[in-house]
Ligand binder design. Structure first.
Ligand code: BGC
Ligand code: CA
Length: 389
């Protein structure tokens, strides 16, 4: 019943901002970028061989092209990249009226269009000039459509299995949003909120959709990937604990499991939690952590809450990682059953760096092997890996 998720660091990339993981099916390689480190990386799991190319500007995503090579977001340009010669040719420039802007996350839609967003200048990670960004799509004839303006940090995107819904994250809104998507015209409409994170939980960042249509959302400054049902906005229960050292995991203000606690009980102790969350769940299951990870806050066992609920984990746990700046995720591997997660190190102070030696690495979650139903072979990302530009 309780499944323990094993997360391993597969690439000690030490990236400043590791981002945009993408499984290139034809090459059986994982692609990802280091935005501030200005590198595109390519890694082959079967041989553990890594290669990279340097870029002349911040590089925020990379996608394979139907015609060969890759497309990447560099600065404000969409650039064609020829890997073997390292030749890079700018195809389109976006936000020409906003020279301080740069591209951020980008993905290819079910029809091969590229969707890519921009953001204003960041003073520090996630401290951005507000509402400077936009969301664009670019088609194979290089025509550009602006879909959204006044975006803070344009981030995660993916499509529902029936291709009729586009999921999108503007990180500072703390929400995952959905739009109706017309894949013939590429038009977006009817924006609504799928899920709202509580203040202090971290920022929703990159995301992917699994073969059951559920969302996997990397939480920047949250050290985890939430698994969200797009119909209800509810994430799977997450948490952990070790008796000798109690970790408290805070989910959202909204109860993660609605209704009555699975096991109700006498408070196991009293605690005070110092962040401003309206509801706090303490999961004390056994001596063994259910998932390992970095605690999101500090906990004092002195007193405070009148009731502590014990929840029994079942189903697919959220994935916790030993780094806090988890940035994005994708499914990959020969049968698309592995979840790859990128992370950043930029913005960590010295003591955080000491505690998170793997920050900037790429992680693989093999938890899928115990929950195959949610990661089946028919992965929707099969269609979003190749740009027809
Ligand atoms: C964004 C980056 C940004 C970082 C910190 C990431 O998710 O994609 O562009 O620098 O978060 O804000
Ligand atoms: Ca991102």
């Amino acid at each position: 019943m309780m499944s323990s998720v094993k997360v391993e660091c597969v690439i000690k990339a030490g990236a400043l901002i590791g981002e945009g993981p993408l499984w290139d099916e034809s090459q059986q390689t994982l692609m990802f970028v280091d935005i501030a480190g200005q590198k595109i990386h390519r890694w082959r799991p079967t041989t553990n061989q890594s290669e990279s190319v340097e870029t002349e500007d911040f590089v925020s995503f990379v996608v394979p092209r139907v015609s060969g090579g890759y497309l990447a977001g560099m600065g404000r340009s969409i650039v064609a990249v020829e890997w073997s010669t390292q030749m890079m040719t700018s195809l389109v420039e976006l936000d020409e009226d906003k020279p301080n802007n740069r591209l951020n996350d980008g993905k290819v839609d079910p029809r091969g269009r590229l969707l890519a967003g921009t953001m204003g200048r960041e003073k520090r990670p996630a401290e951005v000039q507000r509402q400077q960004g936009s969301l664009f799509s670019v088609t194979s004839d290089l025509s550009v459509t602006k879909h959204l303006t006044q975006v803070d940090i344009s981030n995660g995107m993916d499509w529902s299995l029936d291709q009729k819904t586009f999921f999108y994250i503007d990180s500072l809104s703390l929400t995952v949003d959905a739009f109706d998507y017309d894949s013939d015209s590429g038009r977006l409409g009817n924006r609504r909120v799928v899920c709202h994170l509580a203040e202090g939980e971290g920022l929703p960042d990159g995301m992917t959709v699994d073969a059951d249509g559920r969302l996997w959302v990397a939480i920047y400054n949250g050290g985890r990937v939430l698994n969200i049902d797009p119909e209800t906005g509810q994430s799977e229960p997450q948490c952990t604990c070790v008796f000798s050292q109690v970790y408290l995991w805070v989910l959202s203000g909204v109860p993660v499991v609605s209704g009555v606690p699975v096991v109700s009980g006498v408070p196991v102790g009293s605690l005070r939690y110092t962040c401003g969350f309206s509801q706090v769940y303490l999961w004390v299951l056994s001596g063994v952590p259910v998932v390992s990870g970095v605690p999101v806050g500090s906990l004092r066992c002195t007193c405070g809450f009148s009731q502590v609920y014990l929840w029994v984990l079942s189903g697919v746990p959220t994935v916790s990682l030993p780094v806090t700046k988890t940035t994005s995720c994708c499914f990959g591997g020969p049968d698309f059953s592995d979840l790859y997660v990128t992370s950043a190190s930029l913005g960590l102070d010295q003591s955080e760096r000491r505690k998170q030696p793997l920050a900037g690495g790429v992680f693989r979650d093999l938890g899928s092997k115990v929950v195959p139903q949610s990661r089946s072979l028919d992965k929707p990302q099969l269609y979003d890996v190749v740009s027809n530009l």
